[in-house]
Ligand binder design. Structure first.
Ligand code: NZQ
Ligand code: ZN
Length: 379
């Protein structure tokens, strides 16, 4: 194992009916309460949160309307509101899109320049408002990590920030809140968390890491099994709970500690697909990942085989990739660019776009030529 620093200050409050406790954990008096397109009104989460805030004597300003693949223009608006109302913290009630918006607003609040500077590494986050979370969709791991992903609609860039300052202070993880998450979002969440685990597993510079490999293999297995159970019974508490905790653990720093340097090449290409066509993150990953494995074949065949043995009890590398694709198809996720109608003539522009992000994320060996090769394997 290589040297590492593991730091994760987010307090997790996990379990059935824990939502009513959010007010008790918020130290500040006045919050900006952010949410998405309104699912929290239909499933009763809004009421639970508001009751908790009232009991705790909090004040808040609400701003809804965060859209999936959240955008920079909304962030600017929310920063304005936060400043005008002099809020002291941000409360995010939603999935990754709402939480990432909250983190970005929290960081932008104190910054006099353009908050996008943090995404293009022109400036570093020095200070951020505290962020509190009630998670309603298990997928991204943002509830316990240092990242936030936002799309700049003007430049068509889907980039991320990466800072210790944006870890949420407290995240409530109540599996019951995810009972109403539709199957397609469960499937996207499954693929997303799986890739958070597998990007590190396949790109790590130091491969002799039995603890980390074991975490990854177990979590991937749990994700597959619980997704299937949730599909059969959306109110299976045990499946929702295990799925939720697996998605959080998949990107909280634990599984990559000690593996040396690693990258997120699949995410970089996938983000360009979302930036161009507003496709769900999980769908773009399911399209890119099998192609990336084929591009990296046979260099990665030992690890493909190792993973296959752990999750499918099959160590034949080609078959493992096929089984992975079959699993994605079985849960209704696309695995080809043609299924989401990406025209072939867009590939050069997509590759250029992804290369721009790759350079910022220290993956400059993913040149436009390499990315086009991968995209062609995903046709
Ligand atoms: O907007 P509402 O009405 O709330 O509906 C949402 C949205 O339509 C719905 N939903 C959420 N909770 C629900 C629910 N519907 C019914 N019942 C509930 N309990 O689900 C839809 C998708 O929500 P969204 O937040 O967009 O999904 P997700 O959590 O998958 O977040 C995806 C975003 O996170 C980014 C992705 O790129 C994408 O922009 N990521 C963030 C990461 C991070 N910060 O660490 C890492 C990931 O790699 C990823 O890039
Ligand atoms: Zn992801």
């Amino acid at each position: 194992m290589l040297e590492f620093v593991f730091y994760n200050p987010t307090k997790i409050v996990f379990g059935k009916d824990q939502t009513y406790r959010i007010g008790e954990f918020i130290k500040e008096k006045k919050c900006l309460f952010l949410y998405g397109g309104g699912s929290i009104f239909k499933n009763g989460i809004y009421e639970k949160v508001v009751n908790s805030l009232k009991v705790a004597g909090k004040e808040w300003i609400e701003k809804g309307g965060v859209k999936p693949n959240p955008v920079l223009s909304f962030v600017y608006e929310a920063i304005e509101v936060a400043r005008k109302e002099k809020v002291e913290c941000i409360l995010a009630v939603g999935g990754g899109s709402v939480i990432d918006t909250a983190k970005t607003v929290a960081a932008g609040y104190f910054y006099e320049g353009d908050v996008w500077d943090f995404f293009i590494k022109k400036a570093e986050i020095q200070e951020a408002l505290p962020v509190y979370v009630v998670l309603t969709l298990a997928a991204t791991g943002t509830e316990m990590n240092r990242y936030a992903v936002i799309t700049n609609e003007k430049t068509r860039q889907k980039f991320n920030i990466d800072s210790d300052k944006v870890y949420p202070k407290v995240s409530i993880l109540d599996p019951v809140n995810t009972y109403t998450v539709p199957k397609e979002q469960v499937a996207y969440g499954c693929v997303d968390a799986m890739l958070h685990l597998l990007e590190g597993y396949f790109t790590q510079s130091y491969p002799n890491t039995p603890i980390q490999d074991g975490f990854v293999e177990t979590l991937v297995k749990v994700l597959i099994e619980t997704t299937q159970r949730i599909f059969e019974n959306p109110q299976d508490y045990d499946a929702r709970a295990n799925f939720m905790w697996a998605t959080t653990l998949a990107l909280n720093g634990l599984t990559t500690a000690g593996i040396g340097s690693f990258g997120f090449p699949n995410h970089i290409i996938a983000h360009s697909l979302s930036a161009f066509y507003d496709l769900p993150h999980g769908a773009t990953l399911a399209i890119i990942f099998p192609a990336w494995l084929r591009y990296k074949f046979p260099e990665k065949s030992y690890r493909i085989s190792k993973l296959g043995m752990a999750i499918f009890n099959d160590g034949e590398p080609e078959k493992v990739i096929e089984k992975l694709e079959n699993f994605y198809s079985s849960i209704g996720v696309p695995t080809r660019l043609s299924q989401v109608k990406v025209p072939e003539e867009d590939l050069p522009a997509l590759a250029e776009n992804a290369y721009g992000f790759a350079k910022i994320r220290d993956l400059a060996d993913y040149t436009p030529e390499v990315i086009i090769e991968i995209l062609k394997l995903a046709k």
